[in-house]
Design a protein around this ligand. Structure first.
Ligand code: AP5
Length: 217
């Protein structure tokens, strides 16, 4: 299965990508995670990416697509993948289609997560990550047993640099301007399915599975 998850920042794409990737036995590939790894390497490219992400702006299309399509060529993605947060502009979708089309591959479905802005601000300002093992928690919705410590590996939890309220509001505006037009683009190609992203993680997972079963499973 080849699936794309689209949604505003903080709608739960990463959380649900992990659930769905386990269910389908395919890798979950997040453009945001690829960028954070590049920033962590301290490369020149990482510095360019850091400037865009910390301002809440999108990284340029060609650069983003090159990074993701390179990852898609790794062997574990040969029989399917889940793309989390990519594409997020019409130009990226066109470039992805060209890259997949080279070997006859097509997408099976695009899931669009719907969520109101006020809930998003609450979810992102409370998000904490464990850089050591990748666990994501929320200070209110899924608090760690010991404050600021990861339940899994006991590493120190951190806040993402782009999860301040000011940057979250900018990311939301960028989503409305640059990603919402992509929803129409995928609707026109009969690939888009909406998923209500409100409710518990389990409730959203159930909705996502039902939506997918109706179109692609
Ligand atoms: P990226 O890392 O992709 O960020 P995003 O799209 O803004 O999404 P998030 O990761 O913030 O949220 P999410 O939807 O995955 O939610 P999560 O599951 O963590 O991108 C970061 C930046 O990189 C972008 O701003 C841009 O600069 C750049 N970039 C990335 N891709 C790009 C592209 N294609 N083109 C150009 N630039 C790109 O959940 C959020 C919180 O809510 C967590 O604390 C979680 O525990 C909690 N939570 C999740 N589900 C629930 C639930 N059901 N109930 C209660 N709490 C929940």
């Amino acid at each position: 299965m080849r699936i794309v998850l689209i949604g505003p920042p903080g709608a739960g794409k990463g959380t649900q990508a992990r659930v769905l990737a386990d269910l389908l036995s395919v890798p979950a590939i997040s453009s945001g995670d690829l960028f954070r790894a590049e920033i962590g390497r301290g490369s020149e490219l990482g510095e360019l990416v850091r400037q865009h992400t910390q301002a809440g702006e999108l990284v340029p299309d060609e650069l983003t697509t090159a990074l993701v399509t390179q990852r898609l060529r790794e062997p574990d993605a040969a029989d399917g993948f889940l793309l989390d947060g990519f594409p997020r502009t019409v130009r990226q979708a066109e470039l992805l289609q060209e890259a997949l089309g080279e070997d006859g591959t097509v997408l099976d479905a695009v899931l669009a997560f719907d969520m109101p802005d006020d809930e998003i601000v609450q979810r992102l300002t409370g998000r904490r990550l464990c850089p050591a093992c990748g666990t994501t928690v929320h200070t209110v919705f899924s608090p760690p047993r010991v404050p600021d410590r990861c339940d899994g590996c006991e590493g120190a939890l951190v806040r993402r640099a782009d999860d301040t309220e000011e940057t979250v509001l900018r990311r939301l505006a960028v989503y409305a301007e640059q990603t919402v037009p992509l929803l129409r683009w995928y609707t026109d190609r009969d690939l888009l399915v909406h998923v209500d992203a409100m409710g518990t993680v389990a409730e959203v997972s159930d909705r996502m599975r039902s939506a997918l079963a109706a179109v692609a499973l």
